[in-house]
Structure formats: C-alpha cells, structure tokens
Design a protein around this ligand. Structure first.
Ligand code: MG
Ligand code: ZN
Length: 223
C-alpha cells in the first residue's frame, strides 16, 4: 500500500515537472536544480556566480529552505528576481517538488531571464527523487564533508550532470584527496562534469561559468 502511494506521488510530481519543463523551454530559460547537503556552499556559489556573471546573463533564483528567508536575503543586493520557498508551509518537506517550483516560478518578479537557479533544500537524499522540470542537476560537494559522500549517497550523484567540489581553498588543512574523489564520482557516473572551485576565493570559477554559458547558448539555439 505505501509503495503504491509513493508511486502515485512521484507520478503526479513527474506530470507537473513536465509542465515546468515546457514552460522553461517556451521561455528559453536554462534551469538548474542545485542540490547538496546543508552548509556545502550553494548560496555562496550563487553569490560568487552573480558577482562574476550578473551583468552578462539575466539570472533569477528560486531559493528552497525549510524555514527562514536568510538565503534569499543574501541575494537581494544583486537586484535580480528572487523568490523563497519555505517548505514549512508544505509540511516541512526536506526537498523541493515540481509543484512548489512551478508556483514559485509563477511568483517571480516578471523579468526575462536566461538562467534560473533552483536552490534545493540542503539534503543529499530525497531531493534526488523529485524531478522539478529543470534541465540540469548540479550537486555541490564541499571538501569539508569528507571523501565518503559519493559512496554513501550514490543516487544524487548518479542523477547529477555537474558536480562542484567547493571550498578547495581549505584543502591544505584537510585529508581530502581531490583526485580520488573525482575518480569515485566518475565511477558512479562516467558522464559527470566535475569542477573544483572555491566560492570564497573565486578559484576554479572559469570552468563553471563556461559550463553555464554553454548551457544558456544551447537552450537558446534549441528552443
Ligand atoms: Mg543555501
Ligand atoms: Zn525530502
């Protein structure tokens, strides 16, 4: 019985995700689902991305958290369309679903955008199970979380298109072998794009920004 209910929930979610996908395609928006555990630096990566690219591309952000508008407040200074979903009004869900994202997208201040970031609730488990209608999945893994995360949470890395290994400025203080983690990630998902960077120092951002530019360009060409 419970399995049946879960399947129904996921099926309903998939249908709404397809609606979102059509909407993003129609409006030529390259939409990304950003996932990670709490504290890995998703919002910091968005801040550094906006500092470096905010004038080049039209960017909008949907922030997901269980409670508080703290993350969206950090982005106000960029004067871009931002909306916060607090899932405590959706039964404290520990992930975003397609319905929340569709509603949030409709509620964004109406400004055309090329690139939409959906920052998911910090959680390496169930966000991977809920499609949002975004085109690409980005997973952030910070070096402070340890090398074991790809082994312990393989599903989220299997559903990812791009993994950002964040906080590499801290590597000298940690036992974290970048090469070993890169190999572990590629063993789980050989098609992964793995980029090491630091939102704090900005190192490694060129590869990430190029990946974003490419995605936006392809989206415009296709739709
Ligand atoms: Mg955040
Ligand atoms: Zn959840």
């Amino acid at each position: 019985m419970e399995v049946k209910i879960l399947q129904d929930v996921l099926k309903a979610n998939d249908a709404i995700a397809r609606d979102n996908e059509e909407k993003f395609a129609g409006e030529k928006v390259f939409a990304l689902n950003m996932m990670s555990s709490p504290g890995s630096g998703k919002t910091s990566i968005l801040e550094t991305t906006l500092e470096k690219m905010g004038k080049e591309l039209r960017i909008a952000v949907i922030e997901g958290d269980i409670a508080t508008t703290m993350d969206s407040e950090r982005l106000i200074r960029f004067d871009i369309p931002v909306i916060q979903i607090t899932t405590e009004s959706f039964g404290n869900a520990c992930h975003l679903d397609a319905n929340m994202v569709g509603k949030a997208y409709a509620g964004l201040p109406p400004k055309p955008c090329d690139l939409l970031f959906v920052e998911n609730v910090g959680n390496l488990v169930c966000p991977a199970g809920f499609k949002l209608g975004t085109e690409r999945n980005v997973v952030v893994l910070s070096v402070t979380e340890g090398e074991d995360k790809p082994h312990k949470y393989p599903l989220i890395f299997r559903t990812a298109d791009c993994v950002l290994i964040n906080k590499v400025d801290l590597l000298p203080h940690l036992d974290f072998n970048l090469e070993r983690v890169r190999e572990a990630l590629l063993a789980i998902n050989p098609k992964l794009i793995v980029i090491s960077l630091s939102a704090k120092t900005g190192e490694g951002f060129d590869a990430w920004l190029d990946w974003l530019r490419e995605g936006v360009k392809n989206k415009k060409a296709r739709s």
